[in-house]
Design a protein around this ligand. Structure first.
Ligand code: AGP
Length: 368
């Protein structure tokens, strides 16, 4: 392998720290910063305006990136989005109308289920697009158009920089879709593009909470189960946080939409269950505060990932706070991906697991 860890103890940490550069590289490919516009490849084989549906299929972390994208495309482009894990999508024979775009997200471009979902959609006459890191991969070859991510090879089994780079591409595409469909103005496009341009700086700031996260991880390593909660576009980041923790620490973790707490998972809560809440101070923050109150009233220990304003209004229910830089809700899922990665990483290092090569997992799942 030509890539080495440099000064880092693990590839995962190296790749976590490569994110400001990876994102800056990725977005420079999709944004015309001088004019505050998204730039798409010249020969786009479809146009967002005439689409009636976007169907996203992927596996694992790439699926969670697709879930975030659903919030973006529906909000900014008013385009209906269906997202499913590729292993379910490929076998349920979903009906697909003409004028649909099917989008596949895969770091490796070789994931068996994602490829099978792609072939199904092709047979259904969909436009086929993919977001891949490996440009020479099968998924890239079989797509009508490939939106590359520009993050360099990812070695760690637990995906980090590929995920945030995928999210940056998806965010750029959602803006482009909004402009083509007339659901965002030129001025709004300018503002959203500016937020993506500033993302590398925000990611660098988010990385600065590493020491705090390292301390918190010592207590987290004692848990048998951890619950992650989030709302809106942060719900998929809660799912991602739980997946990262499971993958590299082998601690059981579940991600839930905060609003689902009362519909089941609240029964689990006692003093032994840490609850990681991913919640910047948005319009729904009051609802999250009441969820946290319900957790604290049952002795649950809350680790809150939020911005300065969220930290001020969180109250006494919270045991630990990890601060992320202030930013618009559009880019918050990308920023909040950083602390959940670091939390899993430091917990794994403290526990002494094989961070880059966790048991039972392969970097690319090329068989079912
Ligand atoms: C991420 O940390 C995982 N190792 C895994 O979920 C991964 O994202 C999934 O297997 C999809 O892989 P792909 O992006 O190469 O298709």
């Amino acid at each position: 392998n030509m890539v080495d860890k440099g000064n880092h103890r693990h590839f995962m940490l190296k790749e976590i720290y490569e994110q400001p550069d990876a994102i800056s590289h990725t977005v420079s490919h999709y944004l015309d910063l001088a004019n505050g516009k998204v730039k798409l490849p010249a020969k786009l084989p479809f146009d967002f305006k005439s689409l009636n549906r976007l169907t996203i299929s992927a596996c694992g972390t790439a699926f969670y990136a697709g879930l975030v994208a659903k919030y973006w495309f529906e909000k900014y482009a008013r385009l209906p989005v269906e997202v499913d894990v590729a292993s379910e999508f490929r076998y349920r024979e979903p009906p697909m109308d003409a004028d649909g775009l099917a989008l596949f997200i895969s770091q490796s471009g070789e994931t068996a289920d994602t490829l099978a979902a792609l072939r199904y959609c092709k047979a259904q006459g969909q436009h086929i697009a993919s977001i891949v890191n490996a440009q020479e991969s099968t998924i890239a070859r079989e797509s009508d158009i490939v939106f590359p991510i520009q993050c360099g090879p990812e070695i760690s089994v637990a995906s980090t920089k590929a995920t945030t780079a995928q999210l940056s591409v998806l965010a750029s595409l959602a803006i482009a879709a909004g402009r083509q469909r007339g659901t965002i103005s030129e001025a709004e496009e300018f503002e959203l593009v500016d937020m993506l341009a500033k993302l590398p700086g925000a990611i660098t700031k988010a990385l600065a909470s590493e020491d705090k996260i390292d301390q918190i991880s010592h207590a987290l390593s004692k848990a048998d189960d951890v619950l992650y909660l989030g709302r809106g576009s942060l719900f998929p980041i809660a799912l991602e946080g739980a997946l990262k923790l499971k993958e590299i620490t082998y601690i059981h973790a579940e991600g839930y939409a905060s609003g689902e707490l009362k519909h089941g998972p609240i029964a689990l809560i006692d003093e032994t269950l840490p609850v990681v809440v991913v919640a910047p101070s948005d319009q729904l923050f009051d609802k999250t505060i009441s969820n946290m109150h319900e957790v604290a009233a049952r002795g649950g220990k809350i680790i809150l990932i939020t911005d300065e304003a969220g930290a001020k209004s969180a109250g006494d229910d919270v045991s630990e706070i990890i601060i992320v830089p202030d930013a618009h809700e559009f880019v918050m899922p990308i920023i909040c991906a950083i602390p959940v990665q670091l939390l899993a990483y430091h917990t794994a290092v403290f526990m002494g697991t094989d961070v880059d090569q966790p048991r039972n997992l392969a970097k690319s799942v090329t068989v079912e």
